[in-house]
Ligand binder design. Structure first.
Ligand code: DQA
Length: 143
């Protein structure tokens, strides 16, 4: 059984209540449950969320050398600011897929820049909560 870790960064714990016109009304618990169900037994999904940059880096280190087959990362606003998270992704061996629920390419200029994009295996953005399921399938499709 393949194993995937989903890591969410700051403010994503408020999904469902936070700016619903951008991020929708489903809670992250609902979204993770839907994503697990969509795996249909083909992968086990671990879930981690933190509002702290260092905790996200520690979790990437812990998962990044064989503990899981792939990591789905929504780094939230750290996407646009954190060279430290980019370095952590570059440092680990496990492929990381960057996700964003909103279509960041169509938002404010700062959100169009991702410091983590260049070190991720790929990016999925703009499909709302479905980005988690799509990224898990992308990991399963990797050789
Ligand atoms: C986000 C987009 C980021 O710009 C923002 O800071 C978030 C959420 C998304 O999922 O669309 O917190 O990563």
């Amino acid at each position: 059984m393949r194993r995937i870790l989903i890591v969410n960064g700051p403010n994503l714990n408020l999904t469902g209540r936070r700016e619903p016109e951008i991020y929708g009304t489903r809670t992250m618990d609902d979204i993770i449950a839907d994503t697990r169900a969509a795996m249909d037994g083909s992968a086990e999904i671990d879930y981690f969320q933190s509002n702290s940059e260092g905790a996200i880096i520690d979790r990437l280190h812990a998962a990044g050398f064989g503990a899981v087959d792939g990591i789905v990362l929504n780094a939230g606003a750290y996407t646009h600011t954190s060279l430290a998270i980019a370095d952590a992704i570059a440092a680990i061996a496990t492929p990381v897929v960057e996700v964003h629920m909103s279509r960041v390419a169509a938002r404010e200029p700062i959100r169009r820049q991702s410091l983590i994009g260049p070190v991720c295996r790929g990016t999925i953005a703009g499909f709302g909560p479905d980005v988690y399921r799509l990224a898990c399938h992308a990991i399963l499709a990797l050789a």
